[in-house]
Ligand binder design. Structure first.
Ligand code: UD1
Length: 448
């Protein structure tokens, strides 16, 4: 077994309540977009509190390929991004750097403005996965971009420049809203986006762009109006904290019967999660201030079943769903989960069932939120009967969020589990293994 393969496997000793403190840094879902926004400036940008995660490395690599100079700032976790010499990148190199990330899609608007050309790698293949980008392409075309299919991917140009437009998103997609923002800020004229996503990370991206000189009005009812300007400067920005990582540790505390203080967790961005956490019977304590955070703990009483539906903001975030379901396997009664954002986000429950959970998935919508997936053969609702005594298993991590949940389940279970594919978790969780160790988890690479 090579070292690489070994580092991708963890032997996890169960029955371990997580106890202690972890810190969350800038939100992954903002940091990567703010890094792309730096392309739009005519001078360097400074981004603080950047987590050391794989997704940041991917964006950094892609920016460097396009001539952006990226260096570490004076503060630890600070990045300086200098876009003075933006240039076209080699198609093969974009392919290699992008990996499985969807981030190249968001380079389109900024690159069209800066060098008149953008390229999205290998659309049919696994690089972008089966998550569609039709809204992105539709939006770019509305701005006047021309999208040409080539054997390697999509070649995008703007022969007549980019012009403001009126666009109504079929669904409030986070990525497509960011696409419109990053393109409209330097487009000629006014853009009105209807049915926009308004996640806290989107509002934080609006803050970044405003610092650069953009004029963006966020109206009520998901309408965002952008007045194009002719130039933008660099920015200095401290991102909102990662509310997905914060919630993951909170759910982990509940699932393992532990007590975790998440330094950096921010109440306002997590209100919906905190309500559900409390309804289940979890305890929390909120500390305000620049160095504050949220303490999440299991009070020792029986946890209660709940019905919950994932939704766009301000609903219960889809990325909170998987860790919360692990906690719900420990609640008394029948919990119901209706996933309305992604059609295939419940596959990981099979692994939990192997470990002793009782989770049944359904094609029907088990909830009142209108959803695009009903009667379309997608198992997107789940009923969880608890509490279940979980036992150890050999687990293969399928993706980032499900991966964290597998690990929490292994920590909550009786016995020793082997978890394969843990490197996937590093895409979104900084110092994941060190944080686990700091919380008293016993998880180590297998002995050679
Ligand atoms: C972002 C987040 C992800 C989060 C998701 C929803 C990042 C890096 N990732 O992903 O963690 O789970 O928002 O909050 O910020 N869709 C289309 N066509 C498109 C685009 C999207 O049909 O062109 C669909 C998707 O398949 C999905 C839904 O819209 O069903 C929401 O996707 P979207 O909000 O775009 O997610 P991402 O921006 O990829």
């Amino acid at each position: 077994m090579t070292n690489d393969v070994q580092s991708d496997v963890l032997v996890v000793h169960g029955d371990t309540p997580l106890r202690g403190e972890v810190r969350v840094r800038g939100a992954k879902n903002l940091v990567s977009k703010a890094m792309v926004a730096a392309l739009l400036g005519d001078g360097p940008s400074r981004l603080h509190d950047v987590p050391r995660i794989r997704d940041v490395e991917i964006v950094r690599g892609l920016l460097e390929l396009h001539g952006v100079r990226v260096s570490d700032g004076v503060e630890p976790s600070e990045l300086v991004l200098d876009p003075t010499n933006v240039e076209r990148a080699n198609v093969d190199e974009i392919n290699v750097h992008a990996g499985s990330s969807r981030i190249p899609i968001l380079f389109c608007g900024p690159l069209l403005h800066r060098i008149g050309h953008a390229f999205i790698p290998d659309l049919g293949g696994c690089h972008i996965g089966d998550r569609p980008i039709d809204f992105h392409l539709q939006a770019l075309r509305e701005f006047g971009a021309q999208v040409d299919k080539t054997p390697q991917g999509l070649d995008i140009t703007a022969p007549n420049g980019l012009h403001g437009t009126k666009f109504d998103l079929p669904f409030p997609s986070v990525g497509a809203t960011e696409q419109v923002l990053l393109t409209a800020v330097l487009a000629q004229g006014v853009t009105e986006l209807q049915n926009a996503a308004v996640e806290p990370e989107i509002i934080d991206l609006v803050c970044v762009l405003q610092k650069m000189g953009a004029i963006i009005r966020v109206h009520t009812d998901r309408v965002i109006e952008i007045e194009g300007v002719s130039r933008l400067t660099g920015y200095a920005h401290r991102p909102i904290p990662d509310r997905i990582e914060a919630a993951s540790w909170g759910a982990a505390a509940l699932a393992t019967g532990g007590d975790v203080f998440v330094r950096g967790a921010h109440q306002a961005d997590m209100m919906t999660f905190l309500n559900v956490f409390r309804s289940i019977g979890g305890k929390l304590d909120i500390e305000d201030g620049p160095d504050g955070g949220i303490r999440f703990w299991h009070p020792g009483d029986e946890l209660r079943a709940v019905a919950l539906e994932t939704d766009v903001h301000p609903g219960f975030m889809t990325d909170w769903q998987q860790p919360m379901v692990v906690a719900l396997t420990q609640a008394q009664g029948l919990s119901i989960v209706h996933e309305t954002v992604y059609e295939r986000r419940l596959g990981y429950t099979e692994a939990l069932n192997q470990m002793g959970a009782t989770i049944q998935t359904y094609r029907e919508c088990l909830g009142g939120t209108p959803c695009r997936f009903g009667r379309r053969n997608f198992r997107h609702s789940a009923v969880i009967a608890g509490p279940s005594k979980l036992h150890a298993a050999d687990l293969v991590i399928p993706d980032l969020r499900a991966g964290f949940s597998h690990l929490i389940a292994a920590l909550a279970a009786e016995g020793t589990s082997t978890v394969y594919g843990v490197n996937l978790i590093n895409r979104g969780y900084e110092d994941f293994e060190a944080k686990l160790a700091a919380l008293g988890a016993h998880a180590e690479p297998p002995r050679p």
